[in-house]
Design a protein around this ligand. Structure first.
Ligand code: FAD
Length: 461
């Protein structure tokens, strides 16, 4: 009998347990359903849609090379899978487990209609694999990470299927182009096209490059001017490569760089572990009172605040490091982690705007926009989360910029400042050399910091 493979964020041939087991059981009908209803306010953002188009195109070619194909359907995921299963006479759906609340719900509903075989494919270990002494899932990263390291190695990789046999008849499929995942007017994706090569082969090429670089990761990862992070996040998010494949590639390394990198992969698992416990985490502050009682200056409260949010989004805050990050995000769909923290902190603390406005913008503009990782990190920066920085710890963007040697980075993304020397580029306004075409600071650092601390102290009382 034909076997359905339900593809989601696992767009790869190799180390894809659902595909591997389906191929062993019978002819494979791989299905991708574009379901914009179930995720509600977290339907795929613009940059992720761009990535998805290219990833499906690339994986479609890999299936084609094996005389197979991906069936594309649009609509409710469960209904579409049922229709496809009916059309080909399939009774079994194979899928890698996903943990976003809408996917968990869909998995439950599907299991009532068809035989659903779920596999662990996208994480080092499934969430809940490690537990505290009392058997509860971990809430805090550090003990979670220690427990995870004790569990290594993760599962073995599974090979890509050598052959894929076809069903007697193929069910109807949409044309990818008709999904309009790519922007048309305006075409804002030029920078993404220049920056990224999408797909499973590209993910492995990047891993080849990274296999030498990873040893330098410990020193280089905080320096936005140098290329010392893997930039694997969109490949990992869309499942073009699995963290298990990366782990096995590097397992014999002993460098501090690899040890630190391994812990970053564990952060990714940790984020899933958090949303499994708190499914609304990317939408609601975990700590009580923050959403209702904190005096956020929210954009629906007035024109000026809306303007400030826009200036942040467009990289026009007058803080070069923040602006470089926000422009990198807009141009490439990605931002360096250190700068994500600085830009997020600036929005939440200096502008005193609710972290959820930032989460939303990142969701729409990141090619790696991930329900769990985005939500967990925003709540970490804002100090509202289960395991988080304190709100009162306010990053000083100018000091951070100098400390992490962002001059080259600023030159690249804020061309108005490109001619300034290292000594003044981090804060041209202060040094009296701000070019006319670069904005003044929205708010002085000291003033922003004091306003945030005051709001926090009122909130606590
Ligand atoms: P590397 O430094 O090379 O790390 C390797 C991999 O580890 C990454 O690809 C990623 O999968 C994982 N990882 C690293 N740091 C984290 C982290 N803090 N949390 C979870 N996983 C991590 N990451 C996303 O994948 N999607 C998001 O939507 C996202 N939103 C973020 C929002 C904010 C406000 C902040 C501060 C961070 C966010 N991150 C997110 C985490 C981190 O910034 C990115 O994973 C990282 O910058 C990706 O670049 P890289 O692949 O070069 O990372």
């Amino acid at each position: 009998k034909p076997q359905i493979v339900w593809l989601r964020r696992d767009l790869r041939m190799a180390d894809n347990p659902a595909l591997y087991h389906a191929a062993k059981a019978g002819p494979v009908v791989a299905v991708y359903v574009l379901d914009d209803e179930r995720p509600k306010d977290h339907k795929l953002g613009g940059a992720a849609r761009w990535w998805l188009h290219h990833s499906l195109e690339s994986l479609g070619k890999s299936f084609g090379a094996r005389n197979s194909r991906i069936v594309l359907r649009r609509g409710d995921a469960v209904e579409e899978l049922k229709t496809v299963a009916n059309a080909v006479g399939a009774e079994t759906v194979h899928a890698n487990r996903h943990y976003e609340p809408w996917w968990r719900k869909a998995q439950g509903e599907l299991a009532e209609e068809l035989e659903l075989k779920l596999y662990d494919g996208n994480y080092l270990f499934p969430p809940g694999h490690v537990t505290t002494g009392s058997g509860d899932p971990y809430k805090i990263y550090t003990p979670f990470s220690k427990a995870m390291l004790q569990e290594m190695p993760p599962r073995d990789e599974v090979p890509e299927p050598e052959t894929l046999s076809s069903p007697g008849e193929w069910p109807a499929s949409d044309d990818l182009g008709d999904w309009n995942l790519l922007p048309t007017k305006p075409d804002w994706a030029g920078g993404l096209r220049d920056f990224w090569t999408v797909g499973e082969d590209a993910a492995h090429e990047r891993l080849d490059w990274w296999s030498d670089e990873v040893d330098k990761y410990d020193d280089g990862r905080n320096m936005p001017s140098v290329d010392e992070t893997s930039q694997m996040s969109p490949h990992l998010h869309h499942g073009e490569i699995s963290p298990v494949q990366i782990w096995h590639r590097f397992k014999d390394k002993r460098s501090d760089g690899w040890k630190t990198y391994e812990k970053e992969l564990i952060w990714r698992d940790y984020a899933q572990n958090v949303i499994c416990q708190f499914p609304a985490y990317p939408k609601e502050s975990y700590r009580d009172g923050w959403d209702a009682d904190m005096a956020w200056r929210n954009p629906n409260r007035g024109h000026i605040i809306q303007e400030e949010l826009k200036r942040w989004q467009k990289g026009q805050t007058g803080y070069p490091i923040v602006d470089a990050g926000m422009r990198q995000l807009w141009q490439t769909g990605w931002m360096h982690n250190r700068v994500r923290m600085i830009a997020a902190s600036f929005l939440i603390k200096h502008l005193l705007i609710d972290w959820r406005h930032g989460e939303k913008w990142f969701w729409d503009t990141l090619v790696d926009a991930d329900y769990a990782s985005n939500g967990t990190n925003w709540q970490w920066v804002s100090g509202t989360g289960v395991d988080s920085n304190m709100f009162s710890r306010i990053m000083a963007p100018l000091t951070q910029s100098e400390k992490f040697d962002a001059a080259g980075y600023i030159r690249e993304y804020v061309p108005e400042l490109a001619d300034l020397p290292d000594e003044t580029i981090h804060d041209p306004e202060e040094h009296g050399c701000k070019p006319d075409d670069y904005p003044s600071k929205i708010i002085a650092h000291k003033e922003g910091r004091e306003r945030a601390l005051e709001a926090y102290s009122e909130f606590k009382n």
